[in-house]
Design a protein around this ligand. Sequence first.
Ligand code: MIC
Ligand code: SF4
Length: 639
Amino acid sequence: MAQSLTEKILAAHLAEGRLVSGEEIGLQIDHTLTQDSTGTLAYLEFEAMRIPKVKTKLSLSFVDHNMLQNDFRNADDHRYLQSVAAKYGIVFSRPGNGICHQLYLERFARPAYTLLGSDSHTPTAGGMGMIAIGAGGLDVAVAMAGEPFFLEMPSVLGVKLTGVLQPFVSAKDVILEVLRRLSVKGGVNKILEYFGSGVKGLSVPERGTIANMGTETGATTSIFPSDEMTRVFLRAQGREGQWVALEADGGACYSEVLDLDLDGIEPLVALPHSPDNVKAVSEIEGTPVDQVCIGSCTNSSLRDLKVVAALLKGKKIADNVSLTVSPGSRQVLENLAASGELVHLIKSGARILENACGPCIGVGQAPPTGGVSLRTFNRNFRGRSGTQDAEVFLVSPETAVASALSGEITDPRRLGRFPQVKLPDRFIVDDSMFIFPSGNPYKGEVVRGPNIKPLPPFTPLPRKLCGEVLLKLGDNVTTDDILPGGSEVLSLRSNIPEISKHVFRFVDSGFAERALAKRGGFIVAGENYGQGSSREHAALAPRFLGVRAVLAKSFARIHLANLVNFGILPLTFADEAGYDGVAQGEVLELDVSALEKVLPVKNIARGLELCVELDVAARDRAVLKAGGKLVAVTCGSAV
Ligand code: MIC
Ligand code: SF4
């Protein structure tokens, strides 16, 4: 039978199960990646498994998020990560080398491989024809231990591209169009597979941009074929030998097909405060802008920054705008410097930041009060920029430059002729900021600073859960709402007791204290609870505060897995009446002794009984009973 590209790679990596959508499958993972803000926990968890070396073909540890060294904490984390990498045979990418997804695409991504990463934008590597999935750190740690990664077999949504992009329209506009059509939950439990005649006109970095931000639809991952373009990119990286041709069979079946005519796409923008709140740039032209930020794992490739440099050449940014540029990697920066294009950025008035996530995760460059910030990033959730009342818009690099020059939101097509931008036949490659494992047994210590606290203990699930609804929320609650980013909170990622004080801080500042005082309780929410990041802290910290169940209309994929991993029951309401049947402050009682699919919940205050569902695999039920995956893994039971 004709197979999709997704099915081909999954079939070649299938460790357990059948490729039937909705059924549980176990996948063998070739590569893993972590970044520092999720990595410290992932390696603490890996250490707890007492395995001498990683069992993958390749595991990588990047440092790109917590770059600000205001005190010892982040620096301690970096040192811990470097020593753990040396001990367990992991490639370490030193701070300053660049953003994990950009670096991985440049130097390590290989068509037909699988990658599991403790960052939700891991699917960026889908631009290279691989299955690259984001997960919580614990799942990545288990994959490093050589175990399969279990997930629900997604359905495969075909995205058929035809035509060619018009001048000043780029990959970011394509994915914004996909988001406009699918919304932030339209991709949940789906893989977006791109095909059609329009694919061949997109370079690997452009495909990376589209695959990267497919995450915002909730998709498990996105994938492009591996074709001549892929070969050209690999050759330019000195890795042509790793190329293989890969595409769907003719007549492959998709669960649904989205048709996108690239010719018809115009410059688009996501308005505050959601990546799917998409309009044409032309509709909101003229809005004054305070800040423009170019970079992030979505738009910081050499292709993007060459376009930015060419458009800024000989021009000055508007007086009311602060423009920042964060190159995606040292390779991007070095190539820009060598070609002389960096000087166009400098002369335009741009502030050149470190090769790192930076403003994307609220580490620096918070906009002014009530400010308008245009960003080439992938998320514009309220408060993520560090300024609670800022208005963040997501745009392409082309729209970002046009707006930085005029001082107001501007359709880039007003800039005249689109500059000719050619990627080098050979990138300048320098891998010296990667530390490769020596192959000899590591004789040094794993260095733990005082900020790295041991993991809290996990107790098994009791037979009955009784507690108050600590918080009732609406739809699309993000992990940034649950546990904010920003330099202050990020530096506590290795310290669960401290970070848990920040749970729901900007949603309800009294939450953490209340939860502790009441010895835990429940969270109630609407659709798509936990969208966004893979940070397992958004499950672990509430668990530390005593939360043992979240009752919601539906969940985002990675967060649901993280809840299970840390022993929090992800329960779904059977209908709207269930959600309406509980209010904040009411006491609920759940009989969880049998842990069956349908669980009765007593609302003590109203004297009502309602039903919720625990829609997880048998393996996850065992994990929940044990009190979390770490208990299950280290006691040798289910993973
Ligand atoms: C993000 O973009 O939100 C992050 C920061 O990269 C997260 C990971 C984290 O919270 O550390 C992600 O997307 O997974
Ligand atoms: Fe870093 Fe932003 Fe990408 Fe997350 S989305 S990995 S914070 S650049």
